[in-house]
Design a protein around this ligand. Structure first.
Ligand code: B1M
Length: 235
């Protein structure tokens, strides 16, 4: 039996608990992550702070050790599943803000890419801000995106990519929208760790979103612009 097995998370102060949740996420200990998340919520932490400080912070550490060859795919998968379990607890809390519906978004991770944690987080935050979100999941090809745009007619179209090898596919999708004459019908937002503003401009997107809260702010800004354009002109 390790000392960790006897650890009572409730005895830790907030700072120690956040650190412990990050360690548990790193070790893929799903139940412990969920317990830690619940304790922080019971202590009055805002769901957004639990998400960004404990879970996203923990995943950032995993990312560094994955890059450096200390962690491998199976371990990272366990960490990702623990992160998802924590997000599952937070999802309803982030989504139920009572905000009126302000717009509709279609979002998906591009073809060849199975990373979905960041996209899921963007979806959760957008729902929390009052957007109806249609999440197409991972590995989305042009046809899937275009069919969803046609079916749902969203205001905002979001694409996520986490790999340098998959991010160019965003241009394939946007070029296809241009060919079909529908590019200007949607606000196209792109995001994912390897992207930046220059890339977003180069592929023809409307904006690059560094993180989920930037995605929400950017989407709201575009919605405001759209509504202002609809106002009848004052004499
Ligand atoms: Co992968 N992986 N992975 N991986 N993985 C990265 C991305 C990598 C940077 C790790 C590294 O080397 N340091 C590296 C990419 C290197 C590169 O391309 N230059 C990498 C690699 C190489 C791979 C494989 C190729 C490994 C292999 O098989 N040898 C493989 C590829 C599989 C594939 O997709 N075809 C692979 C697999 C996996 C797992 C399956 C094990 C797992 C994914 C599980 C899952 O998602 N369900 C995984 C994970 C977890 C990671 C890291 C560690 C963490 C990603 C994550 O969830 N971050 C990642 C390292 C890293 O990013 N530092 C890594 C947390 C999340 C909250 O942040 O996703 O950035 P993020 O999302 C943010 C913003 O980017 C933004 O908002 C989000 C929230 O704030 N955002 C958007 C994201 N999408 C948006 C869309 C928007 C707006 C904002 O639309 C409007």
């Amino acid at each position: 039996m390790s000392d960790e097995a006897d650890l009572d998370l409730r005895e830790l102060d907030d700072e120690e608990l956040v650190k412990q949740i990050q360690d548990d996420l790193y070790d893929g200990l799903k139940d412990e992550v969920v317990e830690g998340v619940n304790i922080l919520l019971e202590r009055g932490w805002a769901p957004y702070d639990v998400l960004t400080k404990a879970l996203v912070g923990g995943m950032a550490i995993v990312g560094v050790d994955f890059r450096d060859g200390i962690l491998f795919v199976p371990e990272v998968l366990l960490a990702a599943n623990s992160m998802k379990a924590g997000m599952f607890v937070l999802r309803p809390l982030l989504a139920e803000t009572g905000a009126p519906t302000v717009g509709k978004m279609v979002i998906g991770t591009v073809k060849g890419d199975i990373h979905d944690i960041g996209k899921n987080l963007v979806s959760m935050m957008m729902e929390g801000a009052g957007f109806e979100v249609i999440d197409l999941g991972i590995n989305c090809d042009v046809d899937k995106y275009l069919a969803a745009l046609e079916a749902h007619k969203p205001d905002i179209f979001g694409m996520s990519a986490l790999l340098t090898t998959t991010m160019p596919y965003m241009k394939v999708v946007i070029d296809s929208m241009v060919e079909h004459g529908i590019r200007d019908d949607y606000v196209v937002l792109v995001g994912g760790a390897p992207l930046n503003e220059q890339f977003a401009t180069a592929v023809g997107a409307d904006a690059y979103c560094r993180d989920a809260s930037v995605a929400v702010d950017t989407a709201k800004r575009f919605m405001d612009k759209k509504h202002n354009q609809r106002q009848p002109e004052m004499a």
